[in-house]
Design a protein around this ligand. Structure first.
Ligand SMILES: *Cc1c(COP(=O)(O)O)cnc(C)c1O
Length: 374
């Protein structure tokens, strides 16, 4: 069994995919071109925002947002302590200081109650709090209604890291529309992946969209060889744009499928000593991961080993909270994050994909219960 079966996805759309990729190769245009423009339009329409700017990966997408906002040395940015490294990395990369805050024990997402404390902490240390990066962890949108209200109250910019969240929603409003700027990643294993690296930035703001387009192509002015700011080289390859365009056609169907898979897992696993994912009412997850928590006192390594013995792959996302990553040790702030610390010891992600069968989900569920609750 595979953790995320990308081969099954390819087989389901092989003819169209092969044709799209060959179409780019025979066109002779490998950077830019109509596929990139068409994809940006489709993605902006899907999300319901004015602008989509594609780029080289989800990490660059986050960094481009911070660059457009002029965030740098002397600034602080709030980042959840339980996330993929990129979310904090980009803050340090632009010279600002990440302030890691704890997450909600049920959703694993940034706990809005910790925002005010983080602003105080930054102020006491002579830094200016500029922005909050909220992450749609494992596909579930963060608590944007509450986070947005606090950002307005304290004059902070809101950046939605939707790398795992594309396709999720709150009350019908789509993920990647919640931030002042929002980003996603097309890394192959994300909900909407390409066949390499790729990313995108979303915003309703015309000025930021134009700045991000410039920063993504060497700080270009009126054209590529007129450089008005120091930027980066961060474009989505034409082939990758063609790949995402094909995958978008099946995306609604895949989203429905992963939600069925999640419901089946929860049905089979709930009511035992392990903890199943929680989805607040009105929220829809894109199920980038299906992540349980092993019961206290159960050895997670032993559970993974037992699963491996029956050919079931499982992953630990994430084994280390941000505030314990050596890379940040020179410059970061964090009051304490006991929930992130605990989650790093208990979480376990199970095989999840639109193409996993009912029989496979039953089998995984049975083996997980056997390994954790016996
Ligand atoms: C994957 C991921 C990123 C980075 O995306 P890349 O395309 O791999 O650079 C950023 N944030 C989160 C939460 C992610 O899961």
């Amino acid at each position: 069994m595979q953790f995320r079966d990308l081969g099954a996805q390819y087989r389901s759309m092989k003819d169209e995919m092969d044709q799209a990729i060959m179409g780019v190769i025979s066109s002779g245009q490998y950077i830019g071109g109509s596929s990139v423009g068409e994809l940006e339009k489709r993605l902006a329409d899907y999300v319901g925002v004015r602008h989509c700017v594609t780029c080289a990966n989800g990490t660059d997408a986050l960094q481009l947002a911070l660059m457009a906002w002029g965030i740098g040395s002397g600034d602080a940015v709030i980042v959840p302590d339980f996330t993929f490294f990129s979310t904090g990395e980009v803050v340090s990369a632009v010279g600002a200081t990440p302030v890691f805050i704890d997450v909600d024990c049920r959703t694993f997402n940034l706990d809005p109650e910790k925002i005010e404390g983080a602003i105080d902490l930054a102020n006491r240390n002579g830094l200016k709090m500029r922005a909050v990066i909220a992450v749609d962890l494992f596909g579930l949108p963060a608590d944007y209604p509450t986070i947005r209200a606090l950002c307005s109250k304290y004059g902070l910019l809101l950046l939605e890291d939707g790398a795992q969240g594309f396709g999720g929603s709150i009350g019908g409003e789509k993920a990647c529309a919640f931030g002042d700027v929002s980003t996603t990643s097309f890394f192959p294993a994300k909900p909407l992946g390409c066949y390499g690296d790729g990313g995108a930035v979303f915003t309703d703001n015309d000025e930021w969209a134009a700045l991000i387009r410039s920063f993504a192509v060497h700080g270009k002015g009126s054209m590529k060889y007129d450089n008005v700011r120091v930027g980066m080289n961060s474009r989505l390859d034409t082939i990758q744009a063609a790949v995402v365009l094909v995958k978008l056609k099946s995306f609604a169907h895949e989203l429905a499928a992963v939600n069925r898979v999640a419901a089946q897992y929860i049905d089979a696993l709930a009511g035992n000593s392990l903890v199943v994912p929680y989805t607040p009412s009105g929220y829809k997850s894109s199920w980038a991961q299906f992540t349980i928590q092993v019961p206290e006192g159960v050895n997670r390594d032993a559970v993974q080993k037992a699963l491996r013995e029956v050919n079931i792959p499982s992953m630990v996302y994430y084994p280390k909270p941000m505030h314990r990553q050596a890379a940040f040790s020179q410059r970061y702030m964090c009051e304490c994050a006991p929930i992130a610390d605990r989650l790093c010891k208990t979480v376990l992600s199970l095989p999840m994909s639109p193409y996993i069968s009912e029989e496979e989900v039953s089998f995984v569920s049975r083996e997980v219960l056997r390994a954790t609750c016996s």
